[in-house]
Design a protein around this ligand. Structure first.
Ligand SMILES: O=P(O)(O)OC[C@H]1O[C@H](OP(=O)(O)OP(=O)(O)O)[C@H](O)[C@@H]1O
Ligand SMILES: O=c1[nH]c(=O)c2nc[nH]c2[nH]1
Ligand SMILES: [Mg+2]
Length: 173
């Protein structure tokens, strides 16, 4: 199944909300550890990974670099294309993620269709997958998340947005 072609609902997330939700995620993860390494799915996973790693005291951090959404200039990247792994993880992390003597935590900002999570899971099948937000299609692929939004909702992260004038509701906005 594909992602919602043109998400109807908006879920804007402020920096404060995001920080609070990442802390809540960490509380939920505390019982699932301890973790020997954290793998963050770039780029969206980088911000929650920094917060979760700080809270859980994880210092071994690796990236898996994946790209799949690419929109036209000036609009959100709501269309998912072919998923590309631009950089994988080291053999040592792959061994840990297969359950060889340690525990790996994967962190991403959200799971939507689950396409990204499936590719990362195939690489690290025994790792614990955590996202801050989840949509129904991708939810079965993650072990821990904090907030679920509907499939036709687009989540707007603070690093993708800024303050802007909002027309009054009475004007038909
Ligand atoms: O469940 P899916 O439908 O696969 O979508 C989820 C992925 O999409 C976004 O990443 P994106 O590929 O847009 O790159 P980015 O992290 O660099 O923004 C998001 O950060 C997740 O990694
Ligand atoms: O900023 C984003 N918001 C979303 O809802 C989403 N889904 C996939 N990729 C996404 N990126
Ligand atoms: Mg991403």
């Amino acid at each position: 199944m594909a992602a919602a072609a043109s998400p109807e609902k908006h879920f804007p997330v402020s920096w404060d909300m995001f920080h609070r939700d990442c802390r809540a995620l960490t509380w939920r993860l505390a019982g699932a550890g301890p973790f020997d390494a954290l793998v963050t799915v770039t780029r969206g996973g980088l911000v929650p990974a920094a917060i979760v790693a700080r809270e859980l005291g994880i210092r071994v951090i690796e990236t898996i670099c994946v790209a799949s959404y690419g929109g036209a200039a000036g609009v959100p990247d709501t269309q998912q294309g072919n998923l590309q792994i631009l950089k994988g993880v080291t053999d040592a992390i792959v061994a840990l993620g297969r359950g060889d003597g340690g525990k790996v935590l994967i962190v991403d900002d959200l799971v939507d269709t689950g396409k990204t999570a499936r590719v990362v899971r195939d690489l690290l099948p025994k790792a614990h997958f955590a996202t801050v937000y989840a949509k129904p299609m991708g939810r079965p692929l993650v072990d821990t998340f904090i907030t679920e939004v509907s499939q036709d909702t687009w989540i707007f992260f603070p690093w993708d947005t800024g303050l802007a004038f909002q027309p009054p509701i009475a004007g038909g906005a």
